[in-house]
Design a protein around this ligand. Sequence first.
Ligand SMILES: *Cc1c(COP(=O)(O)O)cnc(C)c1O
Length: 221
Amino acid sequence: MDIAGNYKNLLKELPEGVKMVAVTKTRGPSAIMKLYDTGHRLMGENRVQELTAKKDRLPGDIQWHMIGHLQSNKVRYIAPFISFIHSVDSVKLIKVINKEAIKNSRIIDCLLQVHIATEESKFGFSVKEASEFLNNFTPGSYPGVRIRGLMGMATFTDNSEIVRSEFRILSGLFKEIRESGLPASNDFDELSMGMSGDYRIAVEEGSTIVRIGSLIFGERE
Ligand SMILES: *Cc1c(COP(=O)(O)O)cnc(C)c1O
């Protein structure tokens, strides 16, 4: 697997301003270091235990992004160092992140995860819930949290029209909040959507952060 080569090909394809989080779940330190040696620093993990274990074994200047479901009782393990949480899926979780961030004298960048796929999922705000939360959001109530935007995953399907229409729903809400002039629009500048199978469509629909695993590291076992 030519990890560095795969990564460079992807970079060439992404428009300027679109960031890439390399999803390192299930990958060992030597694979991750091949990517690190290209200069890439944004890495994503979906499990707290795996994330903290890797963080301790890898260089300290990696910016770790949490991209998977986060249980409230595990926030404290990542609050001291996490650079971005993409998977904020409840108000309860925001409150806990806020509390743990303050304990660590930090402000943690967060994205609200919105459920846009047709597949059943326990996780994520509905579009309506996210919209209501953001319309009533006052940054002063959560001094440890910066709501930077939205994250979503499209249905796992070959039908690109379904994928596109789901991404369009998310980018519609993103634009609406961004242009609203509401307090929530202050720091609202990131839209995390697109994985190995659908990142091209996501970028066409306005993604600012793609989360890519298999296209860099190969298929997972
Ligand atoms: C695993 C994962 C990805 C990356 O998936 P690939 O298909 O390997 O690119 C992106 N986002 C989330 C939330 C994931 O869990």
